[in-house]
Ligand binder design. Structure first.
Ligand code: SF4
Length: 360
């Protein structure tokens, strides 16, 4: 049985220039934590996210000041912008004039007229709506009947989808977030059988770096391998750029993103000749962003390096006071420790250019 399943065929929508669903690459999103109307702070965070490899950014719109700030914010950034709105449909009407997507649950905004007004505003600018179901804030009718369960989340999503479809709107993506792995996975799996809209994957309130990395790797990684998911956010308390790094890692290690560097570092053993942990950290920090799919090996001794790094595009093997650089299984030189990492990075960049050229 294949472990990596084919992706579910979903409808393709666009958030700005980024396609979501269908055969589009799985995009990575994040959310700023500044007050959105504080344009300086918000833009600073968006720039950092973009540099880290974020594809789409979401900002909270909690009052009119935030809603009106979106126009200027949009002019200052190039990432597609999503406005996150709870309850107040008037904020959605203002936001829809500037942003590339609205996140709002129509079931929360009141009368049919209000839903219709939001739908019309989005239709006018041809922007999609994300329905963001959250286990912790289901509509009363679902919470009373099912509790905060996957069934309740699925019923809430279907209800919200129908509210939009009733007004002829189908530029929809859906998220079904719970704070634990099991409910998150069950909800997405259940709804995937029932609709063809693209899914935004995430675990909500996933916690700090360690707990979010584990929960997100299990839930998002598992779903991605089952073919579920079109865009994703890893939420980590207080770690903006790490969200992107972890999301990219999950995509790569679940086999859904080929591009970029995959690091293989030796597990270390009694033959270790250098302090590998800080050296690996230094390499990762100094490595320029690379999109070409490459495998790099970082080895703790020169003795077994040739054999253990033979599948790597470029490998570095630390000896005591010096080390080897190995390219596609061939040693290309022995260098002093002082400039070993710089030589390695130069070789990676050179190899990447050669690989890119041979693809043309
Ligand atoms: S590369 Fe060297 S140090 Fe690392 S696991 Fe292999 S033998 Fe041990």
């Amino acid at each position: 049985m294949e472990t990596l399943k084919k992706r579910f065929p979903t409808k393709q929508i666009y958030v700005g220039g980024v396609a979501i669903g269908g055969d589009a690459p799985i995009s990575v999103q994040s959310m700023t934590f500044s007050k959105t109307a504080d344009l300086k702070a918000t833009k600073e965070q968006i720039d950092k996210l973009q540099l880290a490899g974020c594809d789409i950014v979401r900002v909270a719109v909690s009052d009119e000041e935030d809603a009106h700030a979106l126009k200027e914010l949009k002019e200052q950034i190039s990432l597609p912008l999503v406005a996150d709105i709870h309850f107040r449909y008037k904020l959605a009407l203002i936001a829809a004039q500037s942003v590339d997507c609205i996140r709002i649950n129509p079931g929360n905004i009141g009368s049919k007229e209000k839903i219709k007004a939001v739908v019309e505003a989005c239709k006018e600018r041809n922007i999609p709506i994300r329905i963001g179901v959250n286990a912790g804030s289901l509509e009363k009718q679902f919470e009373n009947k099912y509790g905060a369960t996957p069934k309740g989340m699925i019923e809430s999503a279907l209800y919200n989808i129908k509210l939009l479809e009733d007004f002829g709107f189908s530029e929809i993506k859906v998220s079904l977030k719970a704070s634990d792995v099991e409910r998150t996975m069950s909800a997405y799996r259940g709804l995937r059988e029932l609709v063809r809209y693209p899914f935004h994957l995430g675990v909500t309130e996933a916690g700090d770096l360690e707990s979010s990395m584990i929960k997100s790797s299990m839930a998002l990684g598992g779903l991605l391998m089952e073919g579920i998911g079109d865009t994703m956010r890893v939420s980590i308390t207080g770690e903006l750029e790490k969200e992107i790094e972890v999301a990219r890692g999950i995509l790569r290690y679940s086999g859904r993103q080929k591009e970029g560097i995959t690091y293989i570092s030796c597990p270390t053993c009694g033959r270790l000749q250098a302090d590998l942990v800080p050296l690996l950290k230094e390499i990762k920090a100094k490595m320029p962003p690379i999109k070409t799919p490459m495998q790099l090996s970082v080895m703790g001794c020169a003795v077994n390096a040739l054999g253990e790094a033979k599948h790597a595009d470029v490998a570095i093997a630390f000896g005591s006071g010096d080390g080897l650089i190995i390219k596609k299984g061939e040693i290309i030189g022995k260098y002093k420790q002082e400039n070993l990492i710089e030589v390695f990075i130069d070789e990676v960049v050179k190899t990447q250019k050669e690989m890119e050229k041979s693809e043309d």
